[in-house]
Design a protein around this ligand. Structure first.
Ligand code: PRP
Length: 212
């Protein structure tokens, strides 16, 4: 059996992914132990699983350090790495939104020059420049983006909204929806050719597990 290496997004997404993979017949006992280890093996099925930060998953997959990756579509859109996107896994659902104080709504509609804070500068640029044809000032942040409008760094933010509680707690509202987000399976382009049979089998099994 050919070896397969799978990059998972550390945290809740990895837990959900392993739940699904187990249902599909690809489990990993080693991962159930409470450990700081980052890589785990299933010797019988010749599978390796490793845990990485979301934004790094497409990098591992593009460069072939992982054959397969599971990551949010927000990261795929932001990182723009070469890989085949093969499955929507349906979990990790949220929305990419433009959010801000109600007072920013009108400025958005009138295509004024606004300041946009985001962990996702590429998504923000694609949305404002290419979809809305609006020139904006994009400010890259690394987290707690909701602070932007609150402390006067930016007029709005582009960020993911799941329950909306972070926005509400900081007096902000969703002003526009950019796109829906969910977890996706991606595959290295060379692996897809070289390990075609094994990868196809895995995709099929995961798809069946999703449908059942
Ligand atoms: C994400 C996102 C929002 C929040 C949305 O942040 O950037 O801040 O979750 O979730 P909600 O709609 O359910 O409140 P994360 O927790 O990843 O932290 P970060 O801002 O430090 O990246």
């Amino acid at each position: 059996m050919e070896e397969l290496t799978i990059a998972l997004t550390k945290g809740r997404l990895a837990d959900k992914t392993m739940e699904l993979f187990t249902k599909a017949g690809f489990s990993c006992e080693e991962m159930k132990e409470d450990t700081r280890r980052l890589i785990f093996h299933n010797k019988e099925q010749n599978l390796n699983f490793f845990l990485s930060k979301g934004p790094d998953v497409p990098t591992y997959v593009e460069r072939g350090a992982a054959d397969i990756g599971v990551v949010g579509s927000d990261i795929i859109l932001e990182e723009k790495r070469r890989a085949y996107e093969v499955l929507d896994l349906g979990f990790g659902r949220c929305r990419m939104c433009v959010a801000g104080p109600e007072s920013a709504r009108e400025r958005l509609q009138h295509h004024e020059m606004i300041r946009v804070a985001s962990k996702y500068p590429n998504i923000a640029r694609d949305y404002f420049y290419h979809e809305k044809h609006q020139t904006v000032d994009i400010i890259k942040l690394n987290g707690s983006v909701e602070l932007g409008p609150v402390v006067g760094l930016s007029d709005v933010i582009v960020d993911i909204v799941e329950t909306g509680s972070t926005l509400r707690a900081n007096g902000l509202d969703v002003l526009e929806t950019v796109c829906d987000i969910s977890a996706r399976m991606i595959v290295n382009q060379v692996s897809m050719q070289m390990k075609q049979e094994r990868i196809r089998e895995l995709i099929l099994a995961v798809r069946k597990a999703l449908e059942s």
